[in-house]
Design a protein around this ligand. Structure first.
Ligand code: ZN
Length: 284
């Protein structure tokens, strides 16, 4: 199968950048859907289900964010800021099918907000506010940083083995709030014996991942509000098994139609409880 990136100079160029948070999120969802469809297409061909002509992907130099004239730097003009995890399986522009110059990306393991990250956020919000319409936290399933925090929560005696260095401890400490919240919610919904279930660790990791995204979004929204007005922070989670972004767990690629793709950052503690319950309802 061929995938052809084609530039047709005579084709109309759609250059309209998103002008609102809603338009920006819509573009990110459409990008993720294109990525997921391409993956599904390739999977179907790989299993012999499909024989298809070349897949044509239209491109143009402006959309790619590269100079149209040699020797000139393009203006820095991302339409969204994305705070994501460093995990190599979640290349952010790739999974959202965005080009160079579309996204201002901050990546750190566990998508937690440390001081250096806040410096990047501050820069984006003060220097690029005229083009940035949306801020997004992107967690992901199977997150190693969240898993480490869960394992320490479940077995505190292993703390020294997993998080001995100051740097790793600072990551784990920031995630622990979400792990404790997830554990409490699982117990509240399914009773105190839930931790004996063979899938308890798996459920705790998954619930913590969605909560951790929401907690980072909450913190990020407060930070953004201290710098500018009217920039909404949303959160979502990239499901590596289904290659889709969704703010609640999905059970299949079709199930993504039943859940919100993004949710706005929580404003009150009650919203975290509600989120935990919704996540657990879809997981357990
Ligand atoms: Zn991760």
């Amino acid at each position: 199968m061929d995938i052809v990136y084609r530039f047709d100079p005579n084709a109309p160029m759609e250059l309209d950048a998103p002008r609102s948070n809603k338009e920006a999120l819509k573009q990110l969802i459409a990008g993720n859907d294109r990525f997921a469809k391409t993956v599904e297409h390739l999977q179907a061909i790989g299993t012999g289900e499909k024989q298809h002509p070349p897949m044509i992907i239209p491109v143009n130099p402006v959309k790619l964010g590269v100079p149209i004239v040699s020797g000139l730097e393009p203006a820095h003009a991302p339409f969204a800021m994305v705070m994501g995890c460093s995990d190599a399986r979640v290349p952010i522009e790739h999974v959202l099918d965005c080009s160079a110059n579309d996204l201002f990306v901050v990546r750190v393991a566990g998508n937690v907000l440390g001081l250096e990250c806040l410096g990047s956020v501050d820069y984006a919000v003060t220097q690029l506010r005229s083009t940035i319409q949306s801020a997004v936290v992107l967690g992901h399933t199977g997150c190693g940083a969240v898993t480490a925090a869960v394992d320490i929560y479940l077995s505190p005696s292993n703390f020294a083995d997993i998080a001995f260095s100051h740097a790793v401890r600072s990551l784990v400490d920031r995630i622990m709030l979400s792990v404790r919240g997830a554990a409490r919610a699982l117990e509240a919904v399914h009773g105190s014996k839930i931790h004996k279930h063979k899938r308890y660790r798996e459920w705790l990791i998954s619930t913590s991942i969605y909560l951790n995204s929401a907690v980072t979004a909450y913190d990020l929204q407060r930070e953004v509000n201290s710098i500018t007005k009217g920039l909404t922070v949303s959160y979502t989670v990239y499901d590596m098994a289904w290659t889709r972004i969704a703010a609640l767990p999905i059970r299949s690629s079709d199930d993504v139609a039943n859940v919100p793709r993004f949710l706005a950052a929580p404003k009150h503690a009650d919203e975290f409880i509600e989120l935990s319950n919704q996540v657990i309802e879809r997981l357990v």
